[in-house]
Design a protein around this ligand. Structure first.
Ligand SMILES: C[S@@+](CC[C@H](N)C(=O)[O-])C[C@H]1O[C@@H](n2cnc3c(N)ncnc32)[C@H](O)[C@@H]1O
Length: 475
């Protein structure tokens, strides 16, 4: 059994092949039977630190403050959360009235219903464990999804470190997953509410705790303890509270805008050999530290992060990709699998019967040579990622499509082609062609639905400097 755990709730399917051993989380009912349940969150004196930083750093938890988090984590709060039905927007008024009539305060009801709403949203990241967590909206948005956090945790667990310092722990997704694997985590977060939430979420693992603190104030232990210490940083990459046009927190891309800063990450990596840090997928290749591994990870085809691993946590030096998904076995691709100089198509005559679409983690990591090499293929154009081949070999980290037709791309000629064949349902893939899909559809007179006619999939890209449309069939 994994250290410190007595609960028996885990289905390994989500991380099959990633997990080295079964991973199981406590339910709150199980936690409630443990002696550490009465442990206070001990954050009272820190609440006063909050106000100044909210304005400066953009934390906004609505009505939730540390005392509300403390109440939600108490046996009374937990009991209420357990009795609430699945969140349903239409039932909020009725539920509020029902709970108020039972004597709960307006703040308690609002906080509990907010948790239900966030937990429903959290299922996408945490599956069945969403119902075990306390959440904040910002914390959930920034949290590492469970399967990816599991890959992080295994790096630390495999190194038998006595302690890992999670320096900016958010609601604790990474810290929890490490704790599940038997790693003792000392977590801090600069935001008191977030730290309180993380501490409550870590309750099933008595040795792991979260408190308020700033990464900049972290002091690495001296030898010999230093060699058995790890550090994990997942700097905030968005400005919370500032929404983009889609209502999502605005993303920050510049390394200089991270909090804690990239310079702090490098300082800590210099002081603690076993350091890992999670950065955005657009992390520049030329900033990958010498001697470190930079690994881009995707989930179901979307690249979620680039994690930098130093010292014993690095499995190799240089760039690698980790491909994860709900329907595929996890796999890693690295520079040793790449041909040294991937070639690109030189004329339209290079378009063969197959086009391969590498997983985005592979292309973002700059590992196209791991696709062109084994397939003896040609990239459509340097940097665009599609690979043309005449062999029908398949790779587990690239989708293969049969090329049914290829032609130079203009809206007029594509429209005529579609009309002649009675095509009304169109799937559009594109790389290297600047156009808005909705406006293309308008010009083609096609919606997003299937329509009443035939369907087709097209790839809009550039081959040897020319815009082309490839009509393809996924193989
Ligand atoms: C991306 S989140 C961490 C998410 C976490 N790894 C998880 O999976 O739940 C980054 C966190 O860093 C915290 N933070 C920002 N600047 C910090 C600093 N200088 N020191 C400590 N924490 C900081 C933010 O409050 C935020 O909760």
């Amino acid at each position: 059994m994994v250290h410190g755990m007595t609960g028996a709730r885990w289905s390994g399917s989500a991380v099959a092949g990633v997990a080295l051993e079964p991973v199981r989380w406590h339910s709150h009912e199980e936690s409630a039977n443990e002696p550490n349940l009465g442990r206070g969150l001990a954050l009272g004196q820190l609440e006063c630190q909050r106000s100044g930083r909210v304005a400066r750093e953009g934390w906004d938890h609505g009505a939730v403050d540390v005392s509300t988090v403390r109440w939600l984590a108490s046996p009374d709060g937990q009991a209420l959360l357990r009795t609430l039905p699945t969140y349903d927007e239409r039932q909020v008024l009725a539920e509020t009235t029902r709970l108020r009539s039972q004597g709960f305060s307006a703040d308690q009801v609002a906080a509990a219903l907010t948790q239900q709403r966030l937990r429903a949203r959290a299922v996408a990241k945490f599956g069945e464990f969403a119902g075990d967590l306390l959440l904040t909206a910002d914390g959930l948005e920034q949290a590492t999804r469970l399967e990816v956090a599991t890959t992080h945790a295994h790096r630390f667990a495999a190194n038998s470190l006595a302690t890992v310092h999670d320096l900016g722990c958010g609601i604790g997704a990474d810290a929890i997953t490490m704790s599940v694997l038997g790693v003792t985590v000392h977590a801090i977060d600069a935001d008191p509410v977030t730290a309180a939430v993380a501490d409550a979420n870590l309750r099933p693992w008595p040795d792991s705790r979260a408190r308020v603190g700033r990464a900049e104030e972290f002091r690495a232990p001296l030898e010999p303890a230093r060699a058995r210490t790890g550090a994990w940083l997942d700097p905030a990459r968005r400005t919370t509270g500032v929404a983009d046009i889609h209502g999502r927190a605005r993303r920050l891309y510049r390394l200089d805008d991270l909090s804690p800063s990239w310079a702090t990450v490098l300082d800590i990596a210099a002081a603690v050999p076993a350091t890992g840090a999670k950065l955005g997928p657009s992390f520049p290749h030329d900033r990958v530290p010498r001697d470190a591994e930079a690994q881009w990870t995707s989930w179901d085809g979307a690249v979620l992060e680039c994690a930098i691993w130093w010292g014993p946590l690095a499995r190799r030096r240089g760039r690698s990709a980790c491909v994860l998904g709900s329907r595929t076995d996890p796999l890693e691709v690295d520079e040793s699998m790449c041909e040294p100089e991937p070639r690109a198509a030189r004329t339209l005559a290079d378009i063969g019967p197959w086009v391969h679409e590498p997983d985005r983690a592979v292309t973002q990591a700059g590992l196209i040579g791991a696709v062109t090499g084994p397939l003896d293929g040609l990239e459509v154009e340097p940097g665009l990622g599609y690979v043309l081949t005449s062999s029908d070999t398949v790779l587990p980290y690239a989708r293969r499509h049969q090329v049914l037709e290829a032609m130079p791309f203009t809206v007029k000629s594509l429209k005529a082609w579609l009309r002649t064949r009675g095509i009304t349902g169109l799937t559009v893939k594109k790389r290297g062609v600047r156009l808005d899909e909705d406006s293309l559809r308008r010009q083609l007179g096609l919606g997003r639905g299937a329509g009443t006619g035939a369907s087709a999939t097209i790839v809009l890209t550039r081959v040897a400097g020319q815009q082309v449309v490839l009509v393809v069939e996924p193989a």
